[in-house]
Design a protein around this ligand. Structure first.
Ligand SMILES: Cc1ncc(COP(=O)(O)O)c(C=O)c1O
Length: 350
């Protein structure tokens, strides 16, 4: 995260994970609809309802949180005790691992194997669990590869978790980047599922910090009380804007979809061309990221040169414990993306 905040920026920034920022000027809102102070209880009712409606759950299942980041923290902190074993996919979004470590969990990893197209494989989880496992953590779509896990597989993971009285935490922050037949939240798959999400990555509304957890009402209440230690009361203007964003969600997502799909077309052309002969990538039809590896050569040198000579940034695979790889993000600006790809190709030809 520190790298993303301080070092990822470049003229051709392919080190993103979310889509282009959605401008306030395109949200149908007037100043009269905003207010600084509001309701100081647990959850602003119109926002609770908007999240609940989108997810097809009861508002009592919803915990509003400052982004998926805080949602993940609240969920993990409520579901585990220090010393509990937490099983997390590998490769993974690093903050999931460090949040569990911060909560003094014993973190164990299970592989999503590249040779298996980074698929979530329940047999790997079955092999890794112990009676001490209290939580299994996955992302859907998978960060960094954007691979979608089918509902049947998630059900299997839920059954494995049930057999040892554990929960499954599914971070769904990229799920709505499946633009056709968007899967519904896996919260519906069983009482031991807890899911997190936000309007940040797929909608370009990161500044609203509109995130949420879906969980059983008793856990949801515990999470809200835990949040009293952190944010306590969310910024009300952001709550009001988030409610308006929910009323316009289809339009907001459609805007992002246009850019993501144009970038994906560029990416497909790139991989189909001779330019990409030095790379191998698991390709997906969804999501905002892809995670290629450099087949020959030193990836650190490649990334450094790409940045210094070609003004292009990508996320080093080291941040996912997968040296040799790098992550490319789509959905910000197609001209920038196309030029970034050209520079990636040129950089390997030097
Ligand atoms: C898997 C995953 N979860 C959570 C987050 C953080 O999301 P937010 O901006 O909603 O806090 C990210 C950001 O990159 C992510 O990749």
């Amino acid at each position: 995260m520190q790298w993303a905040k301080l070092q990822s920026k470049a003229r051709f920034n392919l080190a993103t994970s979310g889509v282009a920022a959605y401008p306030l000027s395109e949200l149908p809102v007037t100043i009269n609809q905003l207010e600084i102070n509001g309701d100081h209880t647990y959850g602003y009712a119109p926002l609770q309802q908007a999240i609940a409606k989108k997810a097809g759950v009861d508002p009592d299942n919803v915990v509003a949180a400052a982004g998926t980041s805080m949602a993940n923290h609240l969920a993990m902190a409520t579901l585990i005790e220090p010393g509990d074993e937490v099983l997390i996919e590998h490769p993974a979004y690093e903050l999931l691992v460090s949040t569990a470590q911060y909560l003094q969990a014993q973190v164990k990893r299970f592989p999503r194997r590249e040779e298996n197209n980074f698929a979530l494989d329940p047999s790997e989880i079955r092999r890794a669990i112990t009676p001490k496992t209290k939580l299994i953590v996955v992302t859907n779509l998978h960060n960094p590869s954007s691979v979608l896990t089918p509902e049947s597989t998630l059900r299997e993971v839920g059954d494995i978790a049930s057999s040892i009285n554990a929960h499954v935490l599914v971070d769904e922050v990229y799920l709505d980047a499946v633009y056709e037949n968007t899967p519904s939240t896996s919260f519906h798959l069983g009482k031991n599922f807890v899911t997190t999400n936000s309007l940040t990555k797929v909608y370009g509304l990161s500044g609203l910090r509109c995130g949420w957890v879906l969980s059983q009402p008793d856990q949801a209440r515990a999470m809200y009380r835990l949040n009293d230690l952190f944010g306590a009361v969310p910024p009300h203007p952001a709550e009001l804007l988030s409610v308006i964003a929910f009323q316009n969600l289809d339009k907001i997502r459609a805007r992002a979809r246009t850019i993501v799909e144009a970038d994906r077309a560029q990416l497909s052309a790139f991989f189909a061309s001779g330019q990409a002969q030095d790379f191998a990538a698991i390709r997906t039809d969804f999501g905002t990221t892809t995670f290629p590896n450099l087949k020959n050569g030193n990836v650190d040198l490649f990334i450094t040169q790409l940045r210094e000579k070609y003004e292009t940034s990508v996320v080093p695979g080291d941040f996912f414990d997968m040296p040799g790889h790098f992550r490319i993000g789509m959905g910000v600006n197609t001209q920038m993306f196309a030029e970034g790809l050209r520079r990636i190709a040129r950089s390997t030809q030097d």
